[in-house]
Design a protein around this ligand. Structure first.
Ligand code: 0X9
Ligand code: ZN
Length: 423
């Protein structure tokens, strides 16, 4: 490891003299905020509307971080001055950090090749994750089944892993988990893969979780987007799918592409925006895969958990409107079990609540869809931010984050099993 860091440091010094791609010269500012308002009254949503100058990468974190285009530095600083706002620059050149991170990840890939197990030393590719679940199925034929459930736009196989206790009892209740909806949220597939490893390889400890329940897990929904973010430093912050959405722009936000109050709120009609809902509901093959999984399990599914980042939130419906479902107390109870367990284990504080109220309204997402389809418990879990742009926890942080997440998932699963015993 020491040699690796020495190598990376030398590279950084060398790279600080070269141009670093698309994000070269972008800076990240950290601003003190109180409830969407910064300084002496500047409205953050107002600030983020000025897209030609400022790119906002944090709307849920506090303090607020703004990524600012090199050409907009002077204007931005003037604005901060006018509003008497204090700031710190947390990243002086985003392009350089992304490039350094990219090189580090390439080195880690060489240092830790896939050898039948996925550790927490580095982030893995979609192909490696597929291979891992297939190997698990070969090693544990009575307890593990891998199924190809569809193909991404670019032709990647989307596979689920079904984990049981091998007793052959059919029609058990089900917990459905997915990860990697948004390409850049790398910690999500990492956490889901860790959960798979625990359920299969640490079965003796977790046998209770599989007594009356089966788990069905899709580790990387947006396989094309996830692979794209690993290809080049400049692509690291990509969010959407990779299907062209107009002559100029690529990709749809998969989590706006479900046909439940589709496009009603928090979704964009502009193909070039991050929250583009697509030309129509289910324009994306990956959304169809998740829809069919949810529908196929709706009668037995008791918890749907979609793992995202970032924010330290356990979010429940509704996400399309500012009203709680009748059964919100059940959702709250299960979510709190997860948050309490995490707090007790590591001290990390998760907020639990309705999506619209805690985060923002956004319609056409998978959590609302699953809840409406019959899953009594449906969550989007936003894992903690990491790295300076929030989507890039360094590889050294993977281990702590995925273990902490697993503590929360176990606690939520236990509560679900207690609340919804036999089918
Ligand atoms: O906006 C999203 O899709 C999720 N946040 S993220 O930063 N990972 O992109 C939150 C989705 C919450 N659920 C609903 N609004 N239904
Ligand atoms: Zn997300």
């Amino acid at each position: 490891m020491k040699i690796l860091w020495f190598f990376v440091c030398c590279l950084c010094i060398a790279l600080s003299h070269v141009e670093c791609g698309l994000y070269d010269g972008f800076k990240i500012y950290e601003l003190a905020t109180t409830n969407q308002t910064i300084g002496d009254g500047l409205d953050l949503s107002e600030l983020s509307r000025n897209e030609s100058f400022f790119e906002l990468y944090s709307i849920s974190g506090s303090p607020e971080r703004m990524m600012v285009h090199p050409k907009a530095q002077a204007d931005f600083l003037q604005l901060l001055n006018i509003h008497n706002m204090s700031y710190t620059i947390v990243n002086h050149n985003v392009g350089l950090t992304l490039l350094t991170e990219f090189i580090t990840n390439s080195l880690l890939r060489r240092m830790y090749p896939y050898q039948g197990k996925l550790g927490t030393e580095r982030y893995y590719s979609h192909a490696e994750i597929n291979r891992f679940i297939e190997d698990l199925a070969k090693q544990n034929p009575t307890r593990v089944e891998v199924k190809t459930v569809g193909r991404s736009f670019e032709g990647r196989w989307l596979k689920t892993i079904r984990i049981t206790n091998g007793d052959g009892r059919a029609n058990k209740n089900v917990i459905l988990v997915d990860g990697g909806f948004h390409a850049r949220e790398w910690i999500s597939p990492a956490a889901v893969v860790y959960a798979i490893g625990q359920l299969v390889n640490n079965y003796s400890v977790h046998s209770q979780l599989l007594q009356d329940y089966d788990w069905v897990i899709l580790p990387v929904v947006n396989a094309d987007g996830y692979e794209y973010t690993q290809l080049a430093a400049d692509a690291r912050l990509w969010r959407k799918t990779r299907q062209p959405s107009s002559a100029k722009c690529i990709g749809t936000d998969l989590n706006r592409n479900f046909d439940f109050h589709y496009k009603e709120t928090g979704a964009s009609s502009n193909p070039c925006e991050e929250a583009y809902a697509g030309p129509r509901a289910y324009s994306e093959p990956e959304a169809i895969v998740v829809r069919d999984l949810i529908q196929g399990l709706a009668d037995r599914g008791k918890m749907y958990l979609s793992v995202h980042s970032y924010g330290r939130y356990i979010l429940y419906p509704w996400g399309y409107m500012d009203q709680l479902p009748d059964t919100w107390q059940d959702l709250d109870e299960v979510g709190r079990a997860g948050a309490d367990a995490i707090k007790a284990a590591t001290g990390t504080v998760y907020q639990v609540g309705c999506s619209t109220q805690l985060l923002y309204p956004a319609a056409g997402a998978s959590d609302d869809y699953a809840f409406n389809a019959g899953f009594p418990i449906s969550f989007t879990m936003e894992l903690p931010a990491g790295g300076d742009n929030y989507f890039n926890p360094p590889a050294a942080d993977i281990d702590g984050l995925v273990k902490e997440t697993w503590v929360g998932i176990v606690a939520m699963a236990r509560k679900v099993i207690e609340k919804y015993p036999l089918n």
